[in-house]
Write a protein that binds this ligand. Structure first.
Ligand code: FRU
Length: 507
């Protein structure tokens, strides 16, 4: 009898608990404009992704975080983890501001060889390297505001100990001196730090993460210089057996569509100096809303990139309430060669398929105006749309709601440009430059069309031509977009269109 009673009580308790739990989850991530397939903090402000490192089957994502407000403030490193790069779990704050300053952007590695000596009992330490930004010095107008410091973790990034010899790189009288990204360089058997130093990149090397030697500078006379250089990254990609180095440099402002954006250079790196192959300016993502993007450490040959899905031009003003900003979808980087140029491509990571629901495939669409909603039903949450055709032609895909707001995504065949137009997308007047049409050049020289769109409640990511032209764009309709129409003014035939609803990662 008592046993039965206990059993029933336990079942009741369990079902109450699970109900309560699911209720909490759905209200936390169901507020207006909350991304359903992108990471955003439960509450508070976030900007750059930081310290991304893969370790023991877990992808760590740290991020610039201010828990006490939805505008930028004293920077911490927030922390989230994932085993599939799609579902994220937010964990307690990893790094708090201290007497040396706010904790600005940086990177993390696994020190397998224990070069730092922070390892214990054979356990390799995770090391984070970040910029300490001293607000007191900033306020008094000093130049030596930013220094580089380190911390280590022996429990999978859960808790961190700051090194008592911090900072490990002092300020050489350069006001903008930040965002260290470190990799283990096989050629020299040293750590290489890639650091943004105002209008250039400075490379440092170290045998042990604690003592750093300046190696060289790059870039004061190449690339885009409409703003300060920030958040760099340096890694190699393979192109048919050839090792091509890619140097990512984020810049704010001066992006191709205004505000902040991510440029890159291809070239050679010999462990000391970066020698570029190119003289032109190139962007990883031409849209206005991918910034501070860099890659994960410790993922072998796979290079996985993630960015902050906003723009400094209006990030502090976007109309969300409990939190501000999210990351982009995780993307895999590759190379294509066009003529003698190596171009970096980004595509969604293959793991995105874990949230794909049933795909509807439509073939041979040739109508000038095609109501997709009539074929696949109303857009009801996130979705992926892919389109393929033998010949690229003009198209406009419109997402619209019942109150006349719309977002238009398309290709202008005359100008050879992709575009995303959010000028009528709903809430736009929180900043005068927000409600605009943005463009990306088509870089592919192939005749065929190949488009992937990843649509969330408040964002769209366009990957065209195998990821050669990429655009990320956020928007804030007063009601969700539910209707999709495809216009084909150039008499072209879309050979296949695939529509796949995506499951929310929070449910
Ligand atoms: C880039 C950036 C970094 C800096 C951080 C501060 O968005 O300005 O250069 O470390 O944000 O939050």
């Amino acid at each position: 009898m008592l046993k039965n009673f206990l059993f029933i009580a336990a079942v009741l308790l369990f079902s109450c608990n699970t109900k309560q739990e699911s209720k909490t989850v759905s209200t936390e991530y169901n507020d207006p404009h909350r991304p359903q397939i992108h990471f955003s903090p439960k509450s508070g402000w976030m900007n750059d992704p930081n310290g991304m490192v893969y370790h023991n089957g877990t992808y760590h994502l740290f991020f610039q975080y201010y828990p006490d407000s939805t505008v930028w403030g004293p920077m911490h490193w927030g922390h989230a983890t994932s085993t599939d790069l799609v579902h994220w779990k937010e964990l307690p704050i990893a790094l708090y501001p201290d007497s040396l300053g706010y904790i600005f952007s940086g990177s993390a590695v696994v020190d397998e060889k224990n070069t730092s000596g922070f390892g214990k009992d054979g356990k390799a330490p995770m090391i984070a390297i970040f910029t300490h930004h001293d607000m007191a010095k900033e306020k008094t107008g000093q130049t030596d505001v930013e220094t580089q410091s380190i911390a280590y973790s022996l429990d999978e990034g859960a808790t961190w100990t700051k090194y008592d010899g911090n900072p490990v790189v002092k300020n050489p009288d350069i006001r903008d001196f930040r965002d260290p990204k470190v990799h283990w360089n096989e050629q020299t058997s040293k750590w290489i730090m890639t650091l943004a130093t105002k209008d250039r990149i400075t490379f440092y090397s170290s045998p042990n993460f604690k003592e750093w030697t300046r190696e060289s500078d790059f870039g004061s006379d190449v690339g885009a210089h409409g703003g300060v250089w920030e958040c760099p990254d340096l890694f190699a990609l393979d192109y048919n057996g050839q090792k091509v180095w890619v140097l990512i440099v984020n810049i704010n402002p001066g992006g191709p569509n205004g505000g902040s954006a991510t440029q890159y250079f291809t070239g050679q790196f010999d462990g000391h100096t970066f020698t570029p192959y190119q003289t032109d300016t190139r962007w990883i993502d031409y849209g206005p809303d991918e910034y501070a993007g860099i890659t994960w450490s410790n993922t072998g040959d796979r290079k996985i990139f993630i960015g902050w899905m906003s723009n400094w031009q209006y990030a502090n003003l976007v109309p969300t309430e409990k939190w501000r900003s999210a990351t982009t979808i995780a993307r895999e980087l590759g190379l294509q060669k066009i003529g003698d140029k190596f171009l970096v491509t980004s595509v969604t990571v293959k793991e995105l398929s874990v949230i794909e629901e049933k795909t509807t495939t439509l073939t041979d669409i040739a109508k000038a105006s095609f109501g997709l909603t009539e074929k696949v039903g109303k857009l009801d949450g996130p979705a992926k749309i892919t389109m393929a055709a033998d010949a690229i032609g003009p198209f406009t895909l419109t997402l619209a709601n019942e109150v006349g707001e719309k977002l238009q995504i398309g290709y202008d065949a005359t100008l050879k440009e992709y575009f995303i137009d959010r000028s009528q997308s709903g809430k736009i007047d929180f900043e005068k430059g927000f409600g605009k049409k943005h463009i990306s050049p088509r870089l592919s020289v192939k005749p065929n069309m190949d488009i992937t769109l990843v649509i969330d409640d408040a964002s769209v990511e366009l990957f065209a031509d195998g990821g050669l032209s990429v655009m990320t764009e956020i928007f804030f309709p007063t009601e969700n977009f539910t209707n999709i129409t495809l216009q084909l003014p150039g008499n072209q035939t879309i050979k296949t269109l695939q529509y796949t609803p995506l499951k929310s990662i929070w449910k």
